[in-house]
Design a protein around this ligand. Structure first.
Ligand SMILES: Cc1ncc(COP(=O)(O)O)c(C=O)c1O
Length: 465
């Protein structure tokens, strides 16, 4: 099929038929797909193009991941060149691009880290659980049996059974329960607009951290291997914690001998205005999961980055069996690593983290103008990770119906703008989310705000009913 010729409706119809008869799509209902088809064939910058010629401004960078923007053909050349040299060999051996990528990761973390490569964010977190447990097994004091992960309700950490168990989204995991044993223990999240304790910052005195500490004490500190935190929660509808939250959690880790495991799968690689979100808060994680922005989704690669204190625990004589007890066939894939290396160089050359900080403020200022609408309860976020929560009533914060949120998303799409909505617990599914490529321009941001404004003007009154 030629994509350079004018689109042929018959060809499009044939592809849609071929797809619907053969593909099982993730998380979308097929009956809805039949009505709302998108056959993507091209993209550039922040814009994606359907085969029928329709262009969409993608305010979600795919699945929060195309950080350097679409259409960087030099990355295709780099992948091809690497594949002509050596496309694959297991990472039990070394290869040039993966060694360079791990060195870049170490540099971005300020030194003192080693990197284990996997293929997706879920695997990066899974490897993190396993590394935490194995580390604790090596290092724990007599009488301790550290295997539990403390995580938060409404968090999303991936789609495998363990990462679902670690996550706190009932509707995502309900169909697969029961999930494992008691190794994932949940605590309240710092969702300040809807504080789980009904309190307000700062008079709350971080009740969520107090709750975390009493949970650790109740579970028995000697059973806790790690605390897992997405610094700025994405899936719940964007939750930026108070500045003292992450340092306070890091202190709990130190106090109780737990590792601090941060999930930067979305937060990382400039998304929040710094290379990593934990860097806003002056903490140093023991374990960090990254994916998405590490390669801006040009090829699949992800990583679990560990502090050298953790890495050192895996050293010893062969017979001591202290080595990482897992292998991922495609881990450290040379072509994916080569593309990730160049992706990070592009981010640095074009100062995309700084750009995300500046344009994030600009975007946020635009969102704030929408607070004039009766149904906009809150706008929040950091850098280019932003949310707008829709409520029927600003005082009661009663959420608008799911159908009304869907109508707003559909309105934007009809206007050529793709936005997201929170998939977090049903209580929070009423937040519109924005996570565009970090190369988004101010005029594109203006366009998004304008489309939202018109949508809220048209649909807002119905949402209150
Ligand atoms: C915070 C977070 N962690 C982990 C994951 C899982 O990543 P993947 O879909 O690459 O397995 C996601 C995916 O969206 C995520 O948002």
């Amino acid at each position: 099929m030629s994509l350079t010729n004018a689109p042929d409706p018959e060809i499009r119809k044939a592809v849609v038929k071929q797809d619907l008869e053969n593909v099982l799509h993730p998380i979308v209902q097929h009956t809805a797909l039949e009505k709302n088809q998108m056959v993507v064939v091209g993209a550039q910058g922040s814009t994606v193009r359907d085969y029928d010629g329709t262009e969409y401004l993608d305010a979600m960078a795919g699945l929060w991941c195309v950080n350097i923007g679409y259409g960087r053909t030099e990355l295709a050349d780099i992948a091809a060149e690497q594949m002509q040299q050596i496309a694959y060999y297991p990472h039990t051996a070394m290869n040039f691009p993966a060694a360079r990528l791990a060195e870049q990761m170490n540099g971005l973390m300020g030194g003192g880290y080693h990197t284990y490569f996997v293929n997706s964010g879920s695997e990066a977190n899974e490897a993190g659980f396993k590394i935490a447990r194995q580390y604790q097994r090596h290092e724990q004091k007599p009488g301790a049996f550290r295997y539990k992960t403390i995580s938060r309700y409404y968090a999303y950490h991936g789609t495998t059974l363990s990462t679902l168990a670690a996550g706190g989204m009932g509707e995502r995991k309900g169909k697969f329960e029961p999930l494992g044993g008691n190794e994932f223990v949940h605590v309240a999240a710092p969702t300040c607009y809807r504080c789980p304790f009904g309190l307000e910052y700062p008079t709350c005195e971080l009740a969520c951290v107090t709750n975390m500490e009493s949970t650790i004490q109740g579970e028995g500190p000697d059973s806790i291997a790690e605390i897992l935190i997405e610094p700025i929660m994405s899936g719940v509808g964007i939750a930026v914690p108070p500045d003292e939250y992450l340092p306070a959690v890091a202190k709990l880790c130190e106090k109780y001998g737990a590792l601090l495991h941060v999930d930067e799968v979305i937060n990382g690689f400039g998304r929040t205005g710094k290379m990593f979100a934990h860097q806003h808060y002056g903490v140093k994680p023991d374990i960090m999961a990254v994916a998405k922005g590490i390669v801006s989704a040009y090829l699949p690669i992800a990583a679990t980055v560990v502090k050298n204190e953790v890495f050192n625990s895996f050293l010893g004589e062969e017979a001591a069996m202290r080595q990482v007890m897992q292998v991922n066939t495609y881990g450290g894939h040379p072509a994916a690593a080569a593309v990730a290396v160049r992706n990070i160089e592009i981010m640095q050359e074009e100062k995309l983290a700084e750009r995300a900080a500046e344009n994030g403020k600009y975007f946020m200022d635009g969102l704030k103008t929408l607070l004039k609408h009766a149904v906009v309860g809150d706008v929040r976020g950091k850098g280019l990770l932003l949310g707008l929560e829709l409520v029927k009533d600003k005082k009661t914060k009663e959420q608008v119906s799911s159908a009304h949120v869907g109508a707003m998303v559909a309105f934007c799409k009809r206007q050529g703008v793709i936005i997201g909505r929170s998939g977090g617990g049903s209580r929070h599914s009423n937040t519109l989310t924005f996570s565009p490529p970090l190369v988004i321009t101010r005029s594109e941001i203006d366009r998004i705000i304008d489309v939202l404004d018109r949508g809220l003007t048209e649909l807002g009154p119905q949402m209150q009913a």
